[in-house]
Design a protein around this ligand. Structure first.
Ligand code: ADP
Length: 332
């Protein structure tokens, strides 16, 4: 079982030709409302990467499908948007019993502008965390608070909730020997002493720059080994750097490699990182349960496929692929 502890946000996505100038206003080409938040996205991505789609039949059965359950832990307001989030999780078969309804504070919201030009798709995002801030370190100070009866095979967390709460999750899980995947997004630095509790650290280029204290321009192919070495020396077991259309790098005690991205037409990059995390986590836990030796290359390759499938569709959650869709895409 995989537990995701993190944020839940309603996304309001506006599709535009160009970013507005200061003081300028113009109508968007299109608008979409949907469930999101890095936590909820990762939970749904993880579930789908573990299971075949109920709607389609697979042409390939090359692994991926499992009976892994996914549980979401987080906080929403007592409002209709919060209920919308719960429905979205449950429709996606994610156990929402760990999501608390907070009084006097509204469900978190994100406002996303996706710029669509002939050459590229880019996004800018602002958000208000709302009820997500209600999660405190005290909520995660015991193993029981992380486990709900069944000890998770993996905890996934991001930094879209209180940093101190995430640090407590790492400490409690680490002391209990529960594996943690930390997706350090949005970029923020955790206490270096806690890296030893991180089994998997997944970051994009911006996050890698902030966490390692180097310039964004220096997060490149030549410097990957040095950057990775820094995190491994702190105690991170597996370090993964995602590079958008350039794929991803990974490094652990066995070595390092660059895995190229799949070539696709990007419509909306929202949620690519969260989907990558979900597919990587699903493959990690599948291998653990099957008692296979850890093959990080395979996990990163499946995650690249899932990330590529996501950017081909608009919205954070609509494009998240199922295990059989990842399989089919990889053999195509
Ligand atoms: P984030 O969304 O956190 O910024 P990235 O942009 O690095 O993360 O994307 C995460 C992963 O999604 C990449 O490592 C890659 O596998 C996949 N991906 C993202 N953009 C593209 C793209 N344009 N083409 C193919 N794959 C992509």
């Amino acid at each position: 079982n995989i537990t995701v502890i993190g944020s839940l946000l309603i996304e309001h996505i506006f599709f535009i030709d160009r970013m507005p100038d200061l003081g300028e206003s113009f109508p968007a080409n299109d608008y979409m409302k949907g469930p999101g938040g890095k936590g909820a996205n990762a939970a749904i991505a993880t579930y789908r990467a573990c299971h075949g789609s109920p709607a389609t039949t697979s042409v390939s059965n090359d692994g991926g499908e499992t009976d892994i359950k996914v549980r979401m832990v987080g906080a929403i307001g007592k409002d209709s948007e919060g209920e919308y989030m719960i429905e979205a999780l449950e429709q996606s078969h994610v156990d929402s019993s760990g999501v608390r309804r907070e009084t006097g504070i509204s469900t978190g919201k994100a406002f996303i502008m996706v710029e669509e030009t002939d050459e590229s798709r880019d996004n800018r995002l602002i958000y208000t965390l709302g009820a997500n801030v209600a999660l405190t370190p005290n909520d995660f100070s015991t193993v029981e608070s992380l486990s709900s009866g069944t000890r998770p095979d993996l905890i996934i967390s991001q930094l879209e909730i209180d940093l101190k709460a995430v640090e407590m999750i790492l400490e409690t899980a680490g002391n209990a020997g529960i594996k943690v995947l930390l997706n350090a997004a949005p970029a923020n630095s955790i206490l270096p002493a806690l890296y030893r509790y991180v089994t998997h650290l997944v970051v994009n280029e911006t996050e890698a720059a902030i966490l390692s204290g180097c310039d964004l321009a220096d997060v490149n192919h030549e410097n990957f080994e040095k950057i990775a070495r820094g995190f491994l020396d702190y105690g991170v077991e597996n370090f993964v750097l995602t590079l958008g259309e350039d794929g991803a790098y990974y490094a652990n005690a066995d070595g390092l490699a660059h895995v190229k991205a799949f070539t696709v037409e990007s419509v909306d990059p929202t949620g690519a990182g969260d989907t990558f995390v979900g597919a990587y986590a699903a493959e990690y836990v599948r291998q653990q349960k099957a008692e296979e030796p850890w093959d990080i290359h395979k996990a990163v390759t499946r995650a690249n496929a899932a990330g590529a499938l996501t950017v081909m569709k608009p919205g954070g959650q609509t494009g998240i692929p199922w295990a059989n869709e990842i399989n089919d895409f990889m053999v195509a």
